[in-house]
Write a protein that binds this ligand. Sequence first.
Ligand SMILES: [Zn+2]
Ligand SMILES: [Zn+2]
Length: 226
Amino acid sequence: MAARIYPIQTGFTVNYLIGGDGGAVLIDGGVPNSLPVFRKGFAKAGIEPAQVRLIVVTHGHWDHTGSVKAVKDFTGAPVAMHGLEKDWLEKSLMFMPPGVTPFGRFLSRFFRLFLPLVNVPAAPVDVVLGGEDFPLSDHGIPGRVLYTPGHTLGSVSVLLETGEAFVGDLAMNRFPMTLRPGFPIFAEDMAKVRESWRLLLEQGVRLVYPSHGKSFPADVMAGLVR
Ligand SMILES: [Zn+2]
Ligand SMILES: [Zn+2]
């Protein structure tokens, strides 16, 4: 049976709860103080917290790590994150990537001002990801984690066998960040963003699920990296 996809929106971040035959995987831990929203999302999906076998954090920014500690306590599931950004969660470090469009540069400066006000509770990372694919079949869903750097150097994506990819901020599709689906407006390395997109396309991505905005067909990205 195919995996079931349940978006859980916390603030401007969409997290994804994926239900499979052998368990469930949660992708990202939203903005801070979001446990009540996650609880509701789980109830709506009909997934028990104990069914979650892994929490995959796509990257170390606060809007993806803010409630990881809370959902980890809620589910008892281990947290997987790339080694380059493990410290960001374990030591509550906060970074804002540079803008790569004029509006991105403006927003990046703006966000930097209020970053000191954000509080991300630290949580231990149990599974340290590297450059290799990490299979999720042992965690109950048909798919794997791929290393897809660019937005940050430790960004990862989850690709299901059926072609759905949960890409964190490797793409964006939400006002006021972008008016249409496409590249992120913040990135540490745009050349790597393009490379990661080529990799995902090679690996058979059909539908893109960004953390900011609605899902869209992967053809859009194919047009941009060509
Ligand atoms: Zn980000
Ligand atoms: Zn984000």
